[in-house]
Design a protein around this ligand. Structure first.
Ligand code: SF4
Ligand code: SF4
Ligand code: SF4
Length: 492
């Protein structure tokens, strides 16, 4: 089986699916997707995956080069719970393993024996410290409402101050807030949405901040990639701004900096390793951080609160709710309203209750000026399949769709503390509510009001969707359907 990929658009010419073999094509052949000449195609190697020899029938197969999760075979009891969630909730159909993995870590959350764990990256952090690097951490919104679970605090307790202190204790020189990156994402994404609405092109637009969803689309729905917002995720944007702006403002040699995203998400380990995403050197999940703190005997409960470092510090309420299902949608709609009308939404209309809550698919119609926007919010990948089919077939009624892989959004990420005793919904709702409370009490609730965001645009980026913003903060996607074949090659 030979496959050739267009270096321009990612289109795959697969000898097995075509009547003419690639090597027999005429010189004037052009890419069937973007019309690039045949000289811009390259052969893709058929890599064969490696699995442990001791695999059990009911367990998912984790490729040895999986960057996000690992399986301790000796702890596996062959219960099949991982396989079940991967098929039923993540929608990985009948091939739930190997490189077709979307790195979401939901199998970790259900494994009863701890045989599945996030890939442990703490040694890389230790090495950076030993090498004398300047360590910069940035923390995602949902880490601060879950880390306390690991230390016996109330479920959903908002431990932002202790989280910052704990990072300083383990050696970070600067601690910043990804909520700033979320605000920047909203600025770029809301402007992109308005641009697409005004030109009536490539609608519905999908959100892009969940790397598990992006990989799912690249593998199973490559036809709809141009409908996904080109915005990098908050961590993707954060990394670029820290390396290219924060270091400049603080007179730091960026080559001496080591950036670490503290996240709820195992898929972020995969995301930051993508060629198109720069800036972040390492991803540590909430659970890994808890393990590091326990190993270093840090008494988390008794830590004094600390504040983020100024410049790229705390974000707005809009950025904070990114951790919840519906949060990206709500924050972007607040901003789109401002862009289209020139004024902020009234306080009483700020909270879009129709996109909140734990239903896996939520719909709403929003009127801004004379424009009626149909929106949908989905969490849990398999729930997205009917809507993805509609978009593929050109029959979708929506203008804007948020997709997050994990149930509840990032507060339920694969790298978060496990929820036991069947209290999943209850605990997730507490985490969700804690972020909404923080939005409500925030002095700033619109991303364009974030003083750091204003400063970064004034001093560095210019404006949303400027040439510089497009270059640093936006990305592209590629057809990865060959990853499915790479697994099928193994099982055949
Ligand atoms: S990380 Fe997600 S996609 Fe990969 S095996 Fe686990 S549940 Fe399936
Ligand atoms: S859930 Fe854990 S114990 Fe059960 S089959 Fe999967 S890896 Fe093994
Ligand atoms: S929903 Fe959030 S935590 Fe889950 S995979 Fe997506 S980005 Fe990661």
């Amino acid at each position: 089986m030979s496959r050739y990929k267009c270096k321009i658009c990612g289109y795959i010419y697969d000898d097995d699916k075509e009547n003419i073999k690639f090597i027999d094509l005429q010189e004037n052949f052009n890419c069937l997707s973007c019309t690039a000449p045949i000289s811009l195609f390259e052969e893709i190697e058929n890599e064969v995956e490696e699995f442990s020899k001791d695999e059990l029938d009911n367990a998912i197969k984790i490729s040895k080069d999986n960057i996000s999760i690992e399986r301790l075979v000796e702890k596996c009891i062959n219960c099949g719970m991982c396989m079940n969630i991967c098929k039923e909730k993540q929608g990985i159909k009948d091939i739930c393993m190997g490189r077709a993995c979307i790195n979401c870590g939901q199998c970790i959350q259900v494994c009863p024996t701890g045989a599945l764990i996030p890939k442990r990256d703490k040694d890389n952090l230790k090495k950076a410290k030993e090498d004398g690097k300047i360590l910069i951490a940035y923390t995602s919104p949902s880490v601060r409402v879950a880390l306390g679970d690991e230390f016996g605090l109330e479920k959903g307790e908002f431990v932002q101050g202790k989280l910052i202190s704990s990072l300083r204790k383990i050696g970070f020189d600067y601690v910043l807030d990804v909520t700033f990156g979320a605000d920047l994402t909203i600025m770029e994404e809301a402007n992109e949405l308005v641009r697409r609405i005004n030109s009536n092109e490539k609608l519905p637009m999908f959100t892009s901040c969940c790397p598990a969803w992006i990989k799912y689309a690249e593998m199973f729905y490559p036809e709809i990639l141009s409908y996904i917002s080109t915005c990098k995720s908050p961590i993707g944007m954060m990394g670029e701004i820290v390396k290219n702006y924060f270091t400049m403002k603080n007179n730091i040699d960026k080559n001496k900096v080591f950036t670490v995203a503290i996240t709820p998400c195992t898929a972020k380990k995969y995301e930051v390793a993508r060629d198109e995403i720069g800036g972040t050197d390492l991803v540590i999940t909430t659970r890994e951080l808890a393990d590091i703190l326990k190993e270093e005997n840090i008494d988390f409960k008794s830590l004094q609160d600390s504040n983020y470092d100024s410049l790229l510090s705390e974000g707005t309420g809009s950025g904070m709710i990114f951790g919840n299902t519906g949060g990206v949608m709500e924050a972007s709609l607040r901003e789109a309203y401002y862009i289209l009308t020139g004024k902020n939404l009234e306080k009483t209309k700020l909270e879009f209750n129709s996109v909140r809550g734990m239903d896996n698919v939520k719909e709403a119609s929003i009127k801004i000026n004379n424009i009626k926007l149909n929106v949908a919010v989905i969490h849990k990948m398999s729930s997205a399949i009917p809507i993805l089919e509609e978009v593929k077939n050109g029959t979708s009624k929506y203008h804007y769709i948020e997709i997050m892989n994990c149930e509840g959004g990032c507060i339920g990420g694969g790298g978060q503390p496990k929820i036991i005793n069947g209290k999943e919904i209850e605990v997730k709702q507490k985490r969700i509510q804690a972020l909404y409370n923080r939005d409500k009490s925030n002095k700033f609730r619109f991303s364009h009001e974030n003083p750091d965001v204003i400063m970064v645009y004034n001093e560095f980026l210019g404006s949303p969707l400027s040439k510089k913003s497009e270059g640093l903060l936006h990305t592209k996607y590629e057809d990865k359907s060959h990853l499915i074949d790479s697994y099928l090659l193994v099982v055949k």
